[in-house]
Design a protein around this ligand. Sequence first.
Ligand code: FAD
Length: 352
Amino acid sequence: MAEKAPKKRKPMIGLQPEGDVDWSTYRGVLVVVEQRGGRAKPVSWQLLGQASRLAAKLEAPVMALVMGSNVSHLAQEAIYRGADRVYLCDSPELENYRTRPYSRVCLHVIRTYKPEIVLMGATYTGRDLAGAIATHLPTGLTADSTQLEVDDERLLLASRPAFSEKMLATILCKQFKPQMATARAGVFEALPRDESRTGEIIPVPPQIKPEDIAVEVLEFLEATGKVNLEDADVIVAGGRGLGGPAGFRLLEELAAELGGVVGASRAAVDLGWISHDHQVGQTGTTVRPKLYFAIGISGAVQHVVGMQNSTYIVAINKDPQAPIFKIANYGIVGDLFHIVPAITETLRRRKA
Ligand code: FAD
């Protein structure tokens, strides 16, 4: 009796690209650099740092895709930040982000240059763009990753919190390429900027068709009142120890002197003392500022995971046993209502 040929594993219905695809031709890790007005989002450089680590394991190149208008300086910057090869699409039509024109360029670059991994920031723009292109390719996408590794079979292990952040799920995309993930800002470390690095810049023509321009952007208005923790160099964060919303006024004054913004623990947010966009931690924002003040915050693990990568951590707490002191570079034991105004006043006097 003739031996039965092994069954070919079929991907999910409707998602299979036409014909046999040789996935082994896909090589390299591509980071889509997000910018607004010619300024890159820090998450893009953080992802280039992680892409370099992954690419070193894969022995593959690090690629970056820069799209926008008057953004050629970002292509060079991407090389200083770890890219070996940069695809640059510089066109007035790409001045403002719009899903279809940006997707068109992304799809062209991915189909032409075939990276095995594509990474974007889990920002509003990154989430929109990644979802749009993943459905067109078609391939899998892990959103909002907090860990990115590769295994011996070149598979991307993208981990993200799941089930109300109680578990960490590791998601693999075994059947398609590229393997795509968006990742949270502040989780990965950017490489030190190195102006001696060299790389190749490959111009990409805009692939935009008239039907892609379905939306005209008339004006960009920055949302007011929302705090931008991700990009802040200094964060002055407060917790339940502040005793009420009035305590946050003290933090605002200190933050103003330091040119920083105000963060908060979940306890303070849940008590309604400050809005959720200020929350740092597992279910808030992951931050990586140069200076982080933890004031009246005990240092619960769910808070610490969101700020432990700050360059310097200063903790102010009246309890010398508070766990926050274990990760603080500088600890001040005492009553925050005396210490915080004293620091603010000292800074004011120095400036005067
Ligand atoms: P507390 O733990 O009550 O600490 C208050 C601190 O203030 C104490 O250490 C106290 O000694 C000090 N203090 C009091 N008065 C003074 C004073 N006058 N001067 C100086 N110090 C003073 N938490 C987050 O922060 N972010 C998250 O994203 C987050 N996600 C979570 C997700 C899940 C699934 C779960 C279960 C929990 C999460 N938490 C999160 C909650 C976390 O476990 C803690 O409950 C929370 O971080 C505690 O906030 P806190 O430190 O402000 O309050």
